[in-house]
Every structure is written in structure tokens, then in C-alpha cells.
Design a protein around this ligand. Structure first.
Ligand SMILES: Cc1ncc(COP(=O)(O)O)c(C=O)c1O
Length: 452
């Protein structure tokens, strides 16, 4: 990473975070960016203070000014306190807003059955297992949910994790080492990048292929054939900023031609795409073909936690080799019970998946007809591309403060510079009136800022 003298301004910081935390390729124009390990931040020349060599790792902290600058300009959008965030309307910083920025896609966080399951688990098992799955943190609920997930996906086995982030750390760190290569779509989530960095510490290599490009994957896999490295391809099923569905059918056929393995991180796919919300693999009719499917409970399943499904032997290997699984406290019984109840409700109340799709289709159609650039989204994640950090934050503020519409600004902390966007996302429980009020506000703000 290029060293920057004289502290980190908002734009400098944006660049730094984009390279070190997540290297995304907001569609439709992926930008190749280097992804050096975080250690680059602590290079020796950074420590040179005048004639002295500074050993103080706090130096970077003192140079960090971006957040304060944004706060001073009233443009800081993060860590807002929600008093309520349980449906299509929310209360944040005392303001009632229409929620266009939640991952509660199916609206299940307040479903009576889900609430009841969580409360019952607290009443019978307490608030935490205070230990890891491995030794003293597994309950029958964890086993039951694993069985249900395996059934739901029609796979041999499942493993329940404390977060979805840990799933990706676990897969990469357990399965990849010296002599292996992780081939990742360059737009995957930060957790996969971190997982691959762990694998790199064991001697594995990282190769990033072009976003959603079977051609690029084919080229990189072909290059490997000169050696004898093992290859695991990792993609997101639905890309979290862009709302785009992975071209799994094309990618899988390349994976098979080269004898590699593939994992799909379907954090945003579950509940969102595929028959009955089964996700990206089923959307492509490939539910039985993908080697591993990972995901989270923190979106459609209205809880916290993660899961992995696949072949029993592979799941068992990960269970006994992944530090992020073995040495972290297990998901609390209430979170496991809530996820299990939400999975049941999702299957019982099929209208939720249908309604989510209808809302998504409506918003995509209306935003495009207003003239917004929304990229190739096919889901209830609908980005509005602005492509400039400062303007994105200003649009975000205006939507929030003047029109009581809550969205998520993605500036270059989380997407590549030049790809800033307002991420809007919808729920099964949004009514047409919510959507139309939001569209009205977006039209006003879009005109004011020259977006339409
Ligand atoms: C694609 C993707 N993978 C993994 C995760 C991590 O999931 P969790 O929030 O359960 O840690 C997220 C969460 O934002 C995500 O979007």
C-alpha cells in the first residue's frame, strides 16, 4: 500500500480502507485494486519521526482524522443509535424514518413465533453458554438447527457458527494451506478476504478473479494446471452492495472442468432468491452441486449466527480444524432458537419471499424509470450509484434529515473509489405507501444532486 504522509483525510482513509478491509467491485465496472495485507500499514518508514524511529503503534491512531472531519461537517453517517429497528419504519436519533436500509429482508425480527422461541430459550437455558461449541457451548438446539439446515438444503451435514464472519474464516483457515490456492471473486465480503489472509499465513495463495467472470476464473484456473496446487473458489451468492446474483451456473461449470471446489457465501441469498428463498444455488437449480454453502442468521433469519452446509466429512473436518469455530463462544441459545423459528416461518409463510420479490421488482422498475443508475441488481438490494464519496454522504444526509428516509451510504470505506453508492434494501413487509413515499423523496433529492 502506498504510504501517505501527514495523516489520513477522509479521501485518503477511504482508499486505505478500500484496500485493506474490503476490495469490492461495484458493478457494472469492476476496478482491479491491490489487496496487500494490513501489515503494510506499519511499514518502517511510517515509523520514522524526524530523526527518530518511532516504535509507537498508536502513531496511526493520532493520524486518523477522517471520522472527526466528517463529524465536523455533519456528514458522519455511522453508529447512529436506533431506538427501534424492527420493520419498515424505524426510530433513529429520535426521528421516525422509513427503513430502506435493513437486512431484515423477511421482516421476521418481530414475528411472534421467533420472539417466543428466543424468550423460551432464555427461560430454559439462560442467556449464554459462556463457552465454545467444542467443549461446553453446544446445546440440543444447536444440533437440531444443524439437522434442519441440512434437511432444508438437502445436504449431508451442517454446522452452526456464532457469526457468518467466522464461517468464512473457518472454511479458509481449515481447508487451505501450503500448496493450496483460494480463487475469490474480487467483490467478495471482507470476511472471505480475512479468511484467505489466515490461509496465507499457512502458506496458501490468493488469486482474485474478475467480478462474476467465468472467463477470468477459467484463465486463472488454467494457469494453475502447470503445478499441482489445490484450488477452492469462493464467491458471494448475492453481492451485498450491488444486489447482483452470482453467475453460479457459468462459474460452476468452469470449476468442474478444472477439478476445483467451490463455496458460495449466501449471506444475502437466503430468503431473497431461489424457490422458497433457498438461495443462489437453488436459484440456478444447482442446490446439490455446490460443494459448500455458507450463510448467516443475521439477515433473513432475523437473528445472529452463521452456518455451513455440505458433505459430512468436510463439515466434520472443519469442526475439528477451524480456530474461529473451536475457540469462540457458541451462539447463545436464544439466537439459535430464533434462527430455527425464522427458518420455519420462512417455509410456512411463503408469501414473505414472494412479497420481497414484488417489492424489489417494483423499486428497481420505478428507480430505473426515474433515471437512477442501479446497476445489474436483480434482488431487494438496490444500489443507487453516485460515484463520489462527498456527494453520496450529502445525499444520505438529505434523505435522512429532510425526508426521514434511512438508507446506507457505501463510500470508499466499503466499495472501490469511484463506485460510491446509496444502498437501499427492501423488506417483505414494506407496503406500497412506504415505497412510494421513499420514491418521492428519492426523486426530489436525485434531481437536486443531478443524479436524474
Ligand atoms: C456476504 C456476507 N458474508 C458474510 C457476512 C458476515 O455475516 P455476519 O453478520 O453473520 O457475521 C456478511 C454480513 O454482512 C455478508 O454480507
Amino acid at each position: 500500500m502506498r504510504r501517505r504522509e501527514g495523516g489520513s483525510s477522509l479521501s485518503e482513509l477511504s482508499e486505505e480502507w478500500a484496500t485493506s478491509a474490503r476490495v469490492s467491485t461495484a458493478s457494472p465496472a469492476p476496478v482491479a485494486r491491490p489487496c496487500p495485507p494490513r501489515l503494510a500499514l506499519a511499514s518502517n518508514d511510517r515509523r520514522q519521526k524526524g530523526d527518530r524511529l518511532s516504535r509507537d503503534v498508536w502513531d496511526k491512531v493520532r493520524e486518523f482524522r477522517a471520522a472527526d472531519e466528517a463529524r465536523a461537517q455533519g456528514l458522519y453517517p455511522y453508529f447512529r443509535a436506533f431506538e427501534r429497528n424492527d420493520g419498515p419504519e424505524a426510530v433513529v436519533d429520535g426521528r421516525q424514518v422509513i427503513m430502506f436500509g435493513s437486512n431484515n429482508y423477511l421482516g421476521l425480527t418481530t414475528h411472534p413465533k421467533v420472539r417466543e422461541a428466543a424468550s423460551d430459550a432464555i427461560r430454559s437455558l439462560g442467556t449464554s453458554m459462556t463457552g465454545s461449541r467444542f467443549v461446553n457451548g453446544t446445546t440440543q438446539l444447536h444440533h437440531d438447527l444443524e439437522e434442519r439446515l441440512a434437511d432444508f438444503y438437502g445436504r449431508e451435514a451442517a454446522l452452526v457458527f456464532t457469526t457468518g464472519y467466522q464461517v468464512n474464516l473457518a472454511v479458509c483457515s481449515a481447508l487451505l494451506r501450503d500448496g493450496d490456492v483460494a480463487l475469490i471473486d474480487r467483490g467478495v465480503h471482507a470476511s472471505t478476504y480475512d479468511g484467505v489472509r489466515l490461509a496465507m499465513a499457512h502458506g496458501a495463495r490468493m488469486v482474485r478473479f474478475g467480478h462474476n467472470s467465468a472467463e477470468s476464473l477459467d484463465m486463472h484456473l488454467s494457469r494453475l494446471e502447470e503445478g499441482d496446487e489445490g484450488a477452492l473458489v469462493i464467491i458471494d451468492g448475492v453481492f451485498s452492495a450491488e444486489g447482483e446474483i452470482a453467475k453460479l451456473d457459468e462459474l460452476l461449470s468452469i470449476v468442474r472442468q478444472h477439478g476445483a471446489r467451490i463455496m458460495v457465501d449466501d449471506a444475502h441469498g437466503l430468503g431473497m432468491v431461489g424457490p422458497a428463498g433457498k438461495g443462489t444455488a437453488h436459484h440456478h437449480g444447482l442446490g446439490a452441486e455446490v460443494d459448500l454453502i455458507g450463510g448467516t442468521f443475521s439477515k433473513s433469519l432475523a437473528s445472529v449466527g452463521g452456518y455451513l452446509v455440505g458433505e459430512r466429512a468436510v463439515i466434520d473436518y472443519i469442526r475439528h480444524h477451524a480456530a474461529s469455530f473451536m475457540f469462540a463462544a457458541s451462539g447463545a441459545p436464544s439466537t439459535v432458537a430464533a434462527a430455527m423459528a425464522a427458518l420455519e416461518v420462512m417455509q410456512e409463510e411463503g408469501w414473505r419471499v414472494d412479497s420481497l420479490r414484488e417489492n424489489a421488482d417494483y423499486m428497481i422498475r420505478e428507480l430505473v424509470s426515474l433515471g437512477f443508475e442501479v446497476g445489474p441488481t436483480q434482488t431487494a438490494i438496490v444500489p443507487i450509484y453516485i460515484r463520489d464519496d462527498a456527494r453520496t454522504l450529502a445525499v444520505w444526509r438529505e434523505l435522512f434529515e429532510e425526508h426521514a428516509i434511512y438508507t446506507n451510504p457505501f463510500v470508499s470505506f466499503s466499495v472501490s473509489p469511484g463506485h460510491s453508492l446509496i444502498r437501499t434494501s427492501y423488506m417483505a413487509t414494506h407496503e406500497r405507501a412506504h415505497l412510494d413515499r421513499g420514491l418521492e423523496a428519492l426523486a426530489i433529492v436525485g434531481k437536486k444532486y443531478g443524479l436524474i
